[in-house]
Design a protein around this ligand. Sequence first.
Ligand code: NAD
Ligand code: MLT
Length: 526
Amino acid sequence: MNILICDGMHESGLALLRSTEGLKVDMPDQLNADEIKARLPDYDAIIVRSRTQVTADLLENAPRLKVIGRAGTGVDNIDVQSASARGILVMNTPGANAVAAAEHTLALMLSLARHIPQATQSMREGLWEKKAFMGTELYEQTLGIIGLGKIGSIVADRALGMKMNVLGYDPYIIPEAIAILGVESVSLEELLARSDFISLHTPSTSETRKILNRENLAATRPGVRIINCARGDLVDEEALYEFLVSGHVAGAALDVFAKEPPAGSPLLQLRNVIFTPHLGASSFQAQANVSRAIASQIADYLLYGIIRNAVNFPSLRPKDFERIKPYLTLAERLGSLQGQLCTPVQRIEITYSGSDFQDVPLQPLTQTVIKGLLDPILAEKVNLVNAPILLKERQIELFSTATTEARGYTGEITVRARGTRGESSVAGTVFQGEEIRLVRLNNYRLEAELEGVNLLVQNHDKPGTIGFIGTTLGNFQVNIANMHLSRTPERDRAIAIIRLDEEAPAEALDELRRHPNIISVQQVRL
Ligand code: NAD
Ligand code: MLT
């Protein structure tokens, strides 16, 4: 597997990748977009930091690409939607640089409060201006944190250590969880109205972009100070400039900008603003952490299929992966069987029954069923990442439920499908962690292997039918590997699931269908 590292990488992760058998790593000097595009067809994975823009255009030329690794938190330099549509996994390293970003936020807040950069500059100019740089303490001042995730919560912890009062606004965290941090959970309005310092720690989303706009800045306390170490577009920079000039906002500390670098920004001219060039994650420890994290995630995915920290696929802890692993193949084969039995499918319903599914994430299994379902139908490459998108595009409804109630096995997956030509239901289990079995097909109970080419022959349960099937296949030189038989409880109908060594020709299937006892014949490849 070939990996292209585009924006450099700390030695710790690089060494891990280079010493892993089965991986070949290239880290050329800063490639531009055209150069990356020209090289991408040869790679299974790329690793970027924030410099490389992974656009839809770049991904057009990446037939082998399976995964994009972002050594950092924000994935705003990656077109995740395009990657998902192409079935490419996008992974980041959440939390690996959180301490660095939180400490940088604290450094900015203290520098802003005590004018350290301006005083440094003044001294460089030979001055000794004691009066010009009167500062403010943080002790007992109120810090309002917008976004209490990994970084926001560390900032809160450190600020509480400095005896600040900390308010938090995060509509996605319940107030009780915010209270555990020692933070007072408030609305955005209250945070704006009460804070002496406001620090932003959300991702850039349609909700958070320009969360500090003209209206919200007007609702802040006069003399407020603002710190942004998250993403530049969380602040309306034009409005901030006006509030800084008027003095309503006493100062701002900015690590991030709407356009980076912010060449020509009028903010650069203001004495009450301090800056760093997106240095939040620039500590030796953070760079080593993100490098190691992305390297092991990429290696685990390419070599073993283990998915961690994917932004376009649910993550699985290794111990959960081990638990669901045997069921992944079953899920794909049941989906595939339904994709062939019940096409075109309009609605799909998946039920996970038994204790094996207790307390494990089931979304990866559901996506695997969908992949299996769509694979035989679509010409384009279907994988776990783009399967849900393709399902939606085809307007197929999806429902999934889990029950700890066992249906005779410790783990059983049932996939019911409704299509324009009727309904069908299939269920399977895994014996001894590896033997995949189809245990139900509509009303029939079975224990059939779910593998290879199979003929599903439904017939009236009359003597001689199985013999006829065997003779007919033999006449067409088709060898039977094994066969499973089952009858309805009423004993009027039977099904034979016949595993073949190779596909039976259409003429053989037609001849079988012509027999008066045979109701239906279908060949499926699993
Ligand atoms: P996180 O996902 O752990 O936390 C983000 C928090 O924002 C979550 O708790 C979420 O609930 C909250 N949130 C989402 N929408 C919100 C809204 N509308 N209002 C209020 N809260 C909302 O992310 P993190 O790792 O803490 O990173 C936070 C930010 O810092 C991201 O933008 C990340 O890209 C950025 N970052 C910057 C640097 C840097 O170098 N300056 C380094 C690392 C991360
Ligand atoms: C991040 O999102 O991780 C930070 O902005 C730092 C970086 O760009 O690497």
